[in-house]
Design a protein around this ligand. Structure first.
Ligand code: HEM
Length: 310
């Protein structure tokens, strides 16, 4: 999969710096983050195959909105932000001001959100706080940059897991090795115990340049684990040692959301495979042809998503 360099928009170095400095807690420190498996836009009945992309988009938008405005945001507030954002209008309307949200919450449980850190931030050279327009711009960019890009990547990865059930099964077994009988969602720490998970994520984003990859068209996450590829070396996607793939760009303008996006992908893929078995629609060979839009997208994935029995 290739995502165009412009997929997240071009920003100033100041924004880049701010995103790096904020380092918003990805999964919320209190572990409140849950998978939103919303059927709000779906007419499907239980047991029917579903188009999954709308769900991915909604889940990732919700997650970023919670990180941006605080984890007490309610579903209707998220939807309002989403509507406003879709109309490319301001996303800082009176309904979603953090002060209002804060009033409702217990201060002890308060998680610092992205917008809180922006409100506190001092411009180092000008010795002033950001103004409202700058904050709106940054929040809007945060929500936009991380939603389409990550959900597109997620759809590619899940499509490959539907198409190649033995890879899905291998990933499930690896998760099972770490999680055992646990019925809870997988936590951030556990994700790091599954190298194969990272391999599945990168195989979905590797670009298929035959000059640098052996059998580039073969779907093979194992290439990221194999000794002959020198393990770690191939996993260098920042381009600091060599460039074999650059889904997040490279150099000074490399995507500042790289770690966050990788974590979100690991979190969603792991939990979606841990809780559900993904199967193709009968007679459907899972079409992996590419369509060039803002990023390189696939035709909408439709699949059976069966809860796993434990
Ligand atoms: C799979 C998910 C993602 C992919 C594939 C991706 C890819 C990219 C790419 C290729 C660039 C351009 C780099 C360049 O110009 O060389 C970029 C820039 C950017 N990305 Fe991402 N991105 C993803 C997720 C995110 C997330 C989650 C965020 C933040 C929430 C984010 C924020 C940004 C920003 C702010 C820029 C502009 C940086 C600048 O111009 O200095 N991205 N991204």
């Amino acid at each position: 999969m290739i995502l165009h360099g412009t997929s997240c928009g071009v920003t100033s170095p100041q924004k880049f710096f701010i995103l790096l400095v904020q380092n918003p807690t990805p999964m919320h420190a209190n572990g409140n983050c849950k998978i939103y498996w919303s059927a709000s836009n779906s007419n499907s009945k239980l047991g029917d195959p579903v188009y999954v992309m709308d769900h991915f988009l909604h889940s990732l938008f919700s997650l970023l909105a919670l990180m941006c405005f605080g984890d007490k945001l309610k579903e209707n507030q998220i939807n309002k932000i989403k509507n406003v954002q879709h109309q490319i209008l301001i996303c800082f309307d009176s309904e979603t001001k953090p002060s209002e949200v804060q009033e409702e919450q217990n201060k002890d449980e308060y998680v610092i959100s992205y917008v809180d850190t922006l409100l506190d931030l001092q411009q180092p050279q000008e010795e002033r706080n950001l103004n409202e327009d700058e904050i709106i711009d940054l929040c809007s960019e945060f929500l936009n940059a991380g939603t389409d890009s990550t959900s597109t990547a997620l759809q590619w990865i899940m499509a490959n897991l539907v198409k190649y059930p033995h890879i899905q099964e291998k990933l499930f077994m690896e998760i099972n090795r770490v999680e055992g009988d646990l019925e809870d969602v997988m936590k951030e720490d556990d994700l790091q115990k599954i190298p194969y998970l990272k391999a599945v994520i990168f195989e979905g984003q590797m670009a298929r340049d035959q000059k640098v990859w052996e059998n580039p068209m073969r779907y093979s996450p194992d290439r990221f684990l194999s000794a002959e590829n020198n393990g770690e070396k191939v996993l260098d996607i920042t381009g600091s040692r060599e460039i074999k793939m650059m889904p997040f760009g490279a150099g000074r303008r490399i995507c500042p959301g790289l770690s966050l996006a990788t974590l979100h992908l690991e979190y969603f893929v792991a939990n979606l495979v841990w809780f559900f078995e993904w199967k193709p629609v009968d007679g459907d060979d899972v079409d992996l042809s590419e369509k060039h839009e803002f990023s390189v997208v696939k035709n909408p994935l439709k699949a059976y998503v069966h809860p796993r029995l434990r």
